[in-house]
Design a binder for this molecule. Structure first.
Ligand code: ATP
Ligand code: MG
Length: 395
């Protein structure tokens, strides 16, 4: 029996004149991903995106799983394809719907007739489908208001599709439809979640990681690369830029007041991030900061670090509790990697009493104690890049 995947568009249907651009992005992304699972035809037909296998060895489970992670799609369902006559529809429904009905008792049958030439109207078609289910599955009864499962027949241009309830898609906006952002990616729990949230709103994600070799280890870097790979399940491709802060940290340790150390380091991070963003065409910085979580995330500290860059800084986790961030990290699959116990450059030479209410003028005076221009140049010149990509076809 031939199967097809039907995907429902999200917000892009509201985009008026820009809709076709968003739709084209979405089709490109689904095509690139589907190609990894076989020979598929991906089309947009009557406000539905269809993914149709063109030969027998297409991996339907694989493609379904990846389509569920594509931003811009709000609902996904696998459907059986039937000829457009009642006999074929009911016979396919009997076989195809058995697993979806197993163990359930209350159902509802619905029908959608996009092709108005089909002789039965939607309510008549739904009644026929309902009657067939009652005949073929003795334990089932109709419940229009609190069904455990709803079964559908859709009459489309070429074929009829039969399916049970759709599952939720990833939501959000299509990849790269909202510009490119540079994610400051640590090995922690928060920053991968922040990257996921902005990617969901249509940002293409580049990542920047700071390390402090030999104070941080090769394994700490590998952990960040694993996180980037995990994010690729949603973002498809991420360039991970790595900058060493070792010399900067040693200079700060030797020349500046310890209490200001964390904040000074964050100023370097933000300035380096802005340079990296300029080089790779990113219009925003993204961090995993959450208000008040640690000393560098108080309102006063954030004002200081925001003040040294001119790009917008997106902090999607800013209003979330740690527990909420953890829940999301588990759902997107980055949590287990994030909690592996490797050190981050932020935990090298941490002050005993970091400033939570820094005075901007004092911070800038401390910064003058090091040759910050030369240190920035040196760190930026040493930047390395690794590319993580799951699906082919990206420029
Ligand atoms: P987490 O590590 O996930 O994101 P955190 O609570 O440990 O969160 P901080 O260490 O204060 O927070 O870092 C705040 C943000 O600064 C991080 O979310 C991340 O965006 C950025 N950041 C911190 N360390 C690094 C790093 N080594 N490389 C790149 N970005 C970093
Ligand atoms: Mg961290």
């Amino acid at each position: 029996m031939k199967e097809i995947i039907l995907c429902k568009f999200g917000e892009i249907v509201l985009k008026g004149a820009n809709r076709s651009t968003f739709e084209a992005e979405l089709l490109r992304e689904v095509r690139r991903r589907a190609a990894a699972y076989g020979n598929f035809s991906v089309r947009s037909v009557q406000s539905t995106l269809t993914v149709e296998p063109l030969d027998a060895d297409c991996d339907m489970d694989g493609v379904y799983d990846t389509v569920r992670r594509v931003f811009g799609i709000t609902g996904v369902v696998r459907a059986a394809v039937a000829e457009k006559n009642l006999e074929s529809i009911l016979s396919v429904a009997r076989d195809y719907l058995a697993p979806a009905l197993a163990g359930k008792h209350r159902f509802r049958a619905d029908a959608k007739r996009s092709d108005k030439r089909f002789p039965l109207k939607s309510p008549e078609l739904a009644a026929e489908l309902g009657a067939e289910i009652l005949r073929s599955f003795p334990g089932m009864r109709v419940d229009l208001h609190t069904p455990e499962v709803t079964v559908w027949v859709e009459i489309r241009e070429e074929y009829a599709f039969i399916h049970a309830d759709q599952e939720k898609g990833a939501g959000g906006m299509p990849r790269a439809s909202a510009g490119r952002g540079l994610l400051l990616l640590s090995g922690g729990i928060d920053s991968p979640v922040a990257g996921y949230m902005m990617a969901k709103r249509g940002m293409e994600i580049e990542a920047l990681h700071f390390e402090s070799f030999p104070y941080t280890s090769e394994r700490a870097r590998e952990k960040v690369m694993t996180l980037a790979e995990e994010l690729c399940g949603y973002c498809s491709r991420i360039h991970v830029h790595v900058i060493s802060l070792t010399h900067i940290q040693e200079e700060l340790r030797d020349r500046c007041e310890e209490d200001y150390f964390t904040l000074l380091l964050r100023i370097f991070m933000m300035r380096l991030a802005e340079r990296c963003a300029a080089r790779f065409g990113c219009g925003a910085l993204i961090t995993g900061e959450s208000l008040g979580q640690v000393a560098s995330q108080t309102l006063e500290a954030i004002r200081v670090t925001d003040g040294v860059v001119s790009l917008p800084v997106f902090r999607p986790c800013i209003g979330m509790d740690k527990e909420e961030i953890v829940t999301l990290a588990r759902r997107i699959g980055t949590y287990e990697t994030s909690v592996l116990p490797y050190e981050d450059c932020c935990t090298v030479f941490t002050p005993r009493h970091p400033r939570t209410r820094p005075v901007a003028a004092k911070v800038l005076a401390e910064l003058e104690k090091v040759d910050h221009v030369a240190l920035l140049e040196e760190a930026f010149a040493g930047m390395e890049t690794e590319t993580k990509v799951i699906f082919d076809g990206y420029r």
